[in-house]
Design a protein around this ligand. Sequence first.
Ligand SMILES: [Zn+2]
Length: 356
Amino acid sequence: MTKTKFRYRCTDCGREYDAAPAVYLCPSCSASPESGKPPRGVLKTVYDYESLREAGTGFDQLKKTGFIELLPLISTASMPPLRVGNTPLYPVSELEGRRFPFGLYLKDDSQNPTWSFKDRASALVSAYAAENRLGTIITASTGNAGSSLAGICASQHQRAVIVVPETAPLAKLTQIVMYGATLVPVKGTYDEAFDLSVKATQLFGWYNRNTAYNPLTIEGKKTVSFELFEQLNYHVPDSIFIPVGDGVILSGVYKGFEDLLRIGLTDKMPIIIAVQSEKSDNLVRNISRQVFRIMPSSTVADSISVDIPRNFYMAGQFLEDYNGETLTVSDDAILSASKVLAANTGLFAEPAAAAP
Ligand SMILES: [Zn+2]
């Protein structure tokens, strides 16, 4: 039997699982989910780091093959024909006439095909589905993940089913419909949309892209770290500010740098600062608490408005292991940052992206 390139390791119990099509949570840890609590048993994708390290694999060598050694794919040819990732990193030396005593860079992931960071996850999930002949992909979404999956699937001639809470922004719903996806509005919250999508997955055998449910979303999102490393001349940045809703982007960015650390391409990890809105702070508020308690979220930053952060435990582990920090900001500060950013740099950010 040939050794598979990657395996899944449970964040909670540490059990390992072989790569098989459509693997989601650790069956043991997710067996009895607690209502109103983040799910247990989110899986981390792990590779044969030892061999890559021993072979002296260099960063340029990895890049030449599209990082295929660190992706759960057979070939990068299964990726969408659209350009995903490889987005610009802009240095900003001053804002409002004040020069910074440090180097600041802005990563502009609105340059992705559907204008959001989520395309990194959708692209990988779509490629994996293509390789494993999983014809229909479903996701629950508050907007961006759904429009992203819809757009990426359109480019790959795959069927997408998007389950959204009825409060999702109209602009994002329009985008989903324009891409030809099947839109399923739910009279309820994102969490109810999430549960419905999981039921449909079990009933119809559709492939599920839900964030912090499908472990590959983290693998797609980690590619931003490889880019940052290269764009900063093979250096890991000191600090990275990340907008946080359910914690998957945070985990993805950590995972990318952790992969580089494991194969010996760096010995440094960045200090990551998890940024949430004061009006949606269920991840950062609960991180050092014994008992997880939800406060209903109601922030203007709809993309990071989350009651139950689905990747709570993995994100918490990363923050603990690598000395991460947390920060909350007011909605007023988010809106004012968005304005300052647009007027000073020409970069127009939705509130979620303006939060950090
Ligand atoms: Zn487990």
